[in-house]
Write a protein that binds this ligand. Structure first.
Ligand code: ACM
Length: 264
């Protein structure tokens, strides 16, 4: 299975320009699954919720999503893209899974980071996995990495590949994802953006270093911090179904949930 990421620098508020860049870059790529960053069309550093309202899109009535669906149909691949979602009177930091037949799933970020709590509503859709060919994929967005429960629940549901659109500003995530992959024996594709959102109310710099990690927790490939990169590689999703960590230990089967009574 050919999977990968496209690390680029969205320009804040320039939805059409950001979309055109994605469509142009991916227009002749051969792959099965490509993960784009969080908030790939709008940029990240909103002033407030009112500004989110001016840029968020209802995926059922979005020329942006329609263009990506046409690209997926044309190239016969799947895309996962972070976007600002409008749903009735709510606004979510979401990720959409699109295939040749259109939208297959929408995930709404469960763990909002810092000022996102002022801009977005809390995600309200249960974690689930989706099939792509013979693989099962799970989606989480950026700061969800800091909650090991997310990767664990997706792994327990059978995810082979964690798809992880991100706009990272702290330094920890890329290294932490090696552990997430080791403790769950899954692949992870973390797609980060780079560059700066320079706004009148302040600036945020994003850390790049998008990466693909293998089920043993080994880093297969990592992008540079401040450089655009489209990276596609062949993986075998079946490797994520071997959960053994020693001859006598398996990371999921050896859990003792009957003793985890404080989880809630
Ligand atoms: C983040 O969750 N965008 C840091």
């Amino acid at each position: 299975m050919r999977v990968g990421y496209y690390q680029f620098r969205p320009l804040f508020g320039k939805i059409r320009r950001n979309l055109d860049k994605i469509v142009k870059t991916l227009g002749d790529v051969s792959a099965d699954l490509i993960v784009l960053p969080e908030l790939a069309f709008t940029g990240y550093y909103f002033r407030d919720r009112e500004e989110v309202k001016t840029l968020a899109e209802d995926p059922g009535h979005s020329s942006t999503i329609d263009s990506l669906a046409a690209l997926c149909r044309h190239r016969n691949f799947h895309l996962i893209a972070g976007f600002a979602e409008k749903h009735r009177d709510k606004y979510f930091n979401s990720a959409v899974l699109i295939g040749p037949n259109g939208i297959e799933h929408i995930y709404r970020k469960l763990h909002l980071f810092n000022e996102e709590k002022n801009w977005f509503d809390d995600g309200d859709i249960y974690l689930q996995i989706n099939p792509i060919q013979d693989a099962k994929i799970g989606i989480m967005v950026c700061f969800d990495w800091a909650f090991p429960e997310v990767t664990r629940v997706l792994a327990l549901q059978g995810a082979d590949i964690i798809c992880h659109p991100s706009n990272l500003v702290l330094a920890y995530c890329q290294q932490a994802m090696l552990t997430r992959c080791l403790e769950n024996k899954v692949y992870a594709i973390t797609t980060n953006r780079f560059g700066v959102d320079k706004r009148p109310h302040g600036s945020l710099k994003f850390t790049g270093r998008s990466q693909i990690v293998a089920p043993g927790g080994t880093l297969i490939h990592r992008a540079q911090s401040q450089r655009e990169e489209l990276y596609i590689m062949e993986i075998d999703p079946a490797l994520a179904r071997d959960k053994s960590i020693t001859a006598l230990n398996e990371v999921l089967a050896d859990r003792r949930p009957e003793y985890y009574s404080n989880l809630n």
